[in-house]
Design a binder for this molecule. Structure first.
Ligand code: 13P
Length: 254
């Protein structure tokens, strides 16, 4: 049985004071989250250290939004796995569509980052998803297949067990227009089928596949009830403790 992982991607929101307030709120609400749910918060880099201290001893896990593929060196503006781990991070989001779209991240680069994270004990949440044009062109499965093969290239089966995939259709991000539960389930099943082909069925059955894109308290239950939807990667609705809690509390045990 797969656990449900609900992660909040804060994106470029919340200074230190605002972060503290949100973290305290999430921490208080997470005490009543269903036991089958893992709650993860991914604040901006500047709030990670604070978050690590505030969340110590709480069930809420800490994640980052990006990471360098290098260990260290002259890479101005970059953040390494070691820096993330020193703040208490366990997870790291990699290859978010905003990183692909605005910062030119490719599947090959995301693959290097994923391998670096896995080699150093961080749990990658790797994002894939099609644009509206690609969906309308009927090539969603083709696009997602290429992305998955690229980002997972050379990753071993034992490492794959520690990977989370986030299916985030680009057209559903920040638009208020979520994929319908059936649309999301269809792609999640394709992704699981592909992982089964690339690795094995027993491994594919263990991999957590999150849906992301306009997840809100009022649509979360129906999305999370789908067979192959094992969690959510939440943007806008994770910026308030009440709405984020509304999502993680709506996850029913499957
Ligand atoms: P929204 O929930 O704001 O659509 O963002 C989704 C997302 O990009 C999470 O990574």
């Amino acid at each position: 049985m797969r656990k449900t992982v609900i992660a909040g991607n804060w994106k470029m929101f919340k200074d230190l004071k605002e972060s503290e307030e949100l973290l305290q709120g999430v921490k208080a609400q997470a005490a009543s989250a269903p036991s089958s749910v893992t709650v993860v918060v991914c604040p901006p880099f500047t709030s990670l250290s604070l978050a690590g201290s505030l969340l110590k001893g709480s069930p809420v896990k800490l994640g980052a939004q990006n990471m360098s593929e290098h260990d260290e060196g002259a890479f101005t503006g970059e953040i390494s796995w070691k820096m993330l781990k020193s703040t208490g991070c366990e997870y790291v989001i990699l290859g978010h569509s905003e990183r692909r779209q605005y910062y030119g991240e490719t599947d090959a680069k995301i693959n290097l980052k994923a391998k670096k994270a896995l080699a150093n004990g961080l749990l990658p949440i790797i994002c894939v998803g099609e644009t509206l044009k690609e969906r309308e062109g009927g090539i969603t499965e083709q696009i997602v297949t290429t992305q998955i093969k690229g980002v997972l290239d050379g990753i071993s089966a034992p490492d794959m067990e520690r990977v989370t995939i986030a299916y985030e259709p680009v057209w559903a991000i920040g638009t208020g227009k979520n994929a319908t539960p059936a649309q999301a389930q269809e792609v999640h099943a394709q992704i699981r089928g592909l992982i089964s082909k690339l690795f094995s069925k027993s491994l594919a059955d263990k991999v957590v596949i999150q849906y992301g894109g306009s997840v809100k308290p009022d649509n979360a239950a129906e999305l999370l009830a789908q067979t192959d939807i094992d969690g959510a990667l939440v943007g806008g609705a994770c910026l308030k403790a009440d709405s984020f809690a509304g999502i993680f509390k709506s996850a029913k045990k499957k």
